[in-house]
Design a protein around this ligand. Structure first.
Ligand SMILES: Cc1cc2nc3c(=O)[nH]c(=O)nc-3n(C[C@H](O)[C@H](O)[C@H](O)COP(=O)(O)OP(=O)(O)OC[C@H]3O[C@@H](n4cnc5c(N)ncnc54)[C@H](O)[C@@H]3O)c2cc1C
Length: 294
C-alpha cells in the first residue's frame, strides 16, 4: 500500500499515523535482535516501517532484504530509504527497479551524508546533487510513492530555516507526497517549521521524527551529527539520571510520550519513531499513545 493512501485514510478517520524506522543489521546476532524487535513491535500495528540505506550504498542488499522481509514475512507496509551517495542515476534506477519488482511501493528519497572524513557532499559523475532530484526520478520513472526528509532546526550544512523550508518545497514540487522530520526534542521547533512550510504553500503531511532517549552520551553524539538541540530542562534531568540506565530510559519514555501528545494535539498527522532497532521504549510510548489514539 502507498503511504500517501495510508495518510489520506488516517486523516479521513481523524487518527494519527505511527511508523517505525530500522537500520539493516550487519551481523547474525544483530539480525536476530532485529527480528525480535519487529516481532515485538508488530503487535502495535504500525502503519508502515522504514529501513535506512547505509553510507555509500553499503547496505544496498541488506536494505532490500529487510524491506522485503517486512512486507512478505511481517506483513507490514515497508518503505526503503535510498541515497544518492556514490551512485549514478543508472545505479539508482537499478535499485528502484529491484524495489518495484519486489512489490515495494514506498521510497524515502535522500541525498545522503558526505562520506566519512569529508564535510561537503559532491555528487558522483552521472549522479544527483540533491535529494529532490532523486525524488523526481522515483516519481517520474517509477511511479512509486516518495517521501522526503526535512530539518525543523535546519540542516547541518545550512542552518537558515527559510532556506530549509524552500528546499523542502522543492522536494514536494519534485514529487514528495509526505515529509519526515529529523529528530528534535522541542515541539515548538516542529510547529514553527511546519508554519513556514504552509506559508510557502506546502501542505503535504509532515510526520514528526521522534527518538526515545536511552543514553545521554549517545543522544549527544546523534544531535551533534544531525544538528538538533536538547532543551536545557531535559538535559538537566538527563544529567541527574546519568549512570542509571533504567532511570534514563524511563525519563526518555516519559519525555517522548509527552512530546508526542503535544505534537498530536497540535495537529501533527503522525509520529515516525527512530527505534534504533530496539523495541522497549518505542513499545512503552506507543502503548501509552494508543490509549488516547486507538
Ligand atoms: C527521516 C530521515 C531519514 C534519513 N535516512 C537516511 C538513510 O537511510 N541513510 C542516510 O545515509 N542518511 C539518512 N538521513 C540523513 C540524510 O541523508 C542527511 O541529512 C543528508 O545530509 C541530507 O539529505 P537530504 O535528502 O535531506 O538532502 P537535500 O535535500 O539534498 O539537502 C542537502 C543540503 O543541500 C541543501 N539544498 C537542498 N536543495 C538545494 C538547492 N536546490 N540548492 C541549494 N541547496 C540545496 C539543503 O538545505 C541541505 O543543506 C535521513 C534523514 C532523515 C531526516
Amino acid at each position: 500500500m502507498r503511504i500517501s493512501q495510508i495518510l489520506t485514510q488516517a486523516k479521513a478517520r481523524n487518527r494519527p499515523v505511527f511508523s517505525f524506522e530500522f537500520f539493516p543489521p550487519k551481523t547474525e546476532e544483530a539480525a536476530h535482535n532485529l527480528s525480535e524487535t519487529i516481532k515485538s513491535l508488530r503487535s502495535l500495528h504500525p502503519d508502515f516501517c522504514s529501513v535506512t540505506y547505509g553510507a555509500g550504498g553499503s547496505t544496498r542488499r541488506l536494505t532490500l532484504d529487510v524491506v522485503t522481509k517486512l512486507k512478505d514475512e511481517a506483513g507490514v507496509v515497508p518503505m526503503a530509504h535510498l541515497t544518492c551517495v556514490d551512485a549514478t542515476k543508472d545505479d539508482l534506477r537499478g535499485v528502484l527497479t529491484e524495489l518495484k519488482d519486489k512489490g515495494i511501493e514506498n521510497v524515502l528519497a535522500l541525498r545522503g551524508d558526505p562520506p566519512k572524513g569529508s564535510t561537503t557532499f559532491s555528487s558522483t559523475r552521472g549522479g544527483f546533487q540533491y535529494g529532490h532530484e532523486l525524488a523526481s526520478l522515483v516519481r517520474d520513472e517509477f511511479a512509486l510513492c516518495v517521501g522526503g526528509a526535512i530539518y525543523p532546526e535546519g540542516h547541518v550544512e545550512n542552518r537558515d530555516l527559510d532556506m530549509n523550508a524552500e528546499h523542502a518545497r522543492l522536494k514536494v514540487h519534485a514529487g514528495c507526497e509526505f515529509l519526515i522530520t529529523q529528530l528534535f526534542f522541542d515541539p515548538t521547533r516542529y510547529f514553527d517549521f511546519v508554519a513556514k512550510l504552509r506559508s510557502r504553500g506546502v501542505y503535504v503531511p509532515v510526520l514528526a521524527g521522534i527518538m526515545p532517549i536511552t543514553d545521554l552520551g549517545q543522544v549527544d553524539r546523534f544531535t551533534k551529527l544531525c544538528g538538533a538541540s536538547i532543551p536545557q530542562t531535559l538535559r538537566t534531568q538527563l544529567e541527574y539520571a546519568q549512570g542509571d540506565p533504567i532511570a534514563t530510559r524511563e525519563l526518555g519514555i516519559a519525555y517522548a510520550t509527552h512530546q508526542c501528545v503535544r505534537l498530536l494535539e497540535g495537529g501533527a498527522p503522525g509520529i515516525h519513531f527512530y527505534t534504533l532497532n530496539r523495541s522497549a521504549s518505542t513499545r512503552a510510548i506507543l502503548s501509552a499513545l494508543r490509549a488516547s489514539y486507538p
